[in-house]
Ligand binder design. Structure first.
Ligand code: ATR
Length: 289
């Protein structure tokens, strides 16, 4: 329990569900903010075994738990146990935040909302009308592409090691966003080097470069990076991956995944409490937790 707050009959419960739950950032982040803002909530962790997931979700209602974050391996599985799913989360097919309002469970995807907020607030990047290259076609890519399409990008190029996965995701986006020009391809320099001349934003959604494998070469060759690009790597540990280092050397603006991590939490916090914790001062070591 964070210092300074008292648990009493009015205390509302928030938490995190997943399995297994290892060392995680969310309890620290949320309890820190609740403390700073003197809000009568507590954020706990609930490790729910796979065979108990449905019961666990039902339990949120019966115990009056106000809201939870959802992490691996349940972000997709929880959808079918909810009463309502926000349209962006539904399209992405993943929920990382649930609100319990009068025994109605509604799911959101604040990873996607956090990514958008990071681009706008930390990258000073106006999404509307932009051209984007996304690398990787997994869950993170789904969230990033959907929120970008929804916010008015003009062109989206998706490249992936496995062509089929890029094509499948490209088809979904093209169906949902007929006005966005969408193209898919593989990690071939002769293709992406042409795209690098054309796009405003590059987002690396692959885990390449993540600690402990920090010295591996970037997932694409960075020879054609230039100073008009914003290059985002969703990896946050290390803070500067090899792709971001190369982007900086080319004079490009860069963002790592720390902003998305923080803002997904901030967006969830605001959904549950109605208070935007953005103005509180976060400790300098917050990402080392
Ligand atoms: P997440 O849900 O975090 O996005 P994921 O679903 O495992 O994670 O997706 C990871 C993505 O990174 C995939 O698109 C994967 O490419 P494949 O579809 O070919 O598997 C990509 N990826 C992972 N390791 C990679 C590597 N070493 N080189 C290139 N792409 C890689």
């Amino acid at each position: 329990m964070a210092e300074g707050r008292k648990i009493n009959t009015e205390t509302e419960i928030l938490g995190l569900i997943g399995y297994p739950l290892e060392h995680t950032f969310s309890p620290y982040l949320h309890n820190y903010a609740l403390d700073k803002l003197d809000l009568n909530y507590v954020y706990l962790t609930f490790e729910i075994r796979p065979e108990n997931l449905q019961e666990g979700i039902k339990g949120l209602k019966s115990l009056g738990i106000r809201g939870v974050n959802v992490t691996i391996p349940y972000k997709e599985k929880v959808l079918s146990f909810l009463d309502e799913v926000d349209s962006l989360a539904d399209e992405i097919g993943a929920v990382n935040t649930i609100i319990n309002k009068d025994e109605n469970l509604k799911g959101f995807n604040t990873d996607a909302l956090g990514f958008k907020r990071m681009l706008e607030e930390d990258g000073d990047f106006e999404i509307n009308n932009k051209k984007v290259l996304i690398i990787g076609a997994g869950g993170a890519s789904r969230a990033v592409g959907s929120v970008l399409c929804r916010n008015g990008i003009k062109e989206l190029y998706l490249i992936n090691r496995t062509r089929k996965k890029a094509e499948e995701l490209g088809h979904i986006w093209q169906k949902n966003y007929p006005h966005v020009k969408i193209e898919t391809g593989i990690l071939a320099p002769e293709y992406y080097n042409l795209l690098l001349k054309r796009v405003d934003l590059v987002v690396d959604t692959t885990p390449v470069g993540m600690s402990p494998e920090i010295d591996v070469p970037p997932v694409i060759s960075t020879e054609k990076f230039h100073s008009n690009l914003l290059v985002v790597d969703l990896v946050y540990n290390p803070a500067v991956t090899t792709i971001l280092d190369a982007a900086r050397k080319a004079g490009a603006k860069t963002l790592n995944g720390q902003g998305m991590l923080l803002y997904q939490g901030i967006e969830a916090f605001e959904l549950w409490t109605g208070v935007d914790p953005d103005n509180i001062e976060w400790p300098g070591d917050i990402f080392k937790i």
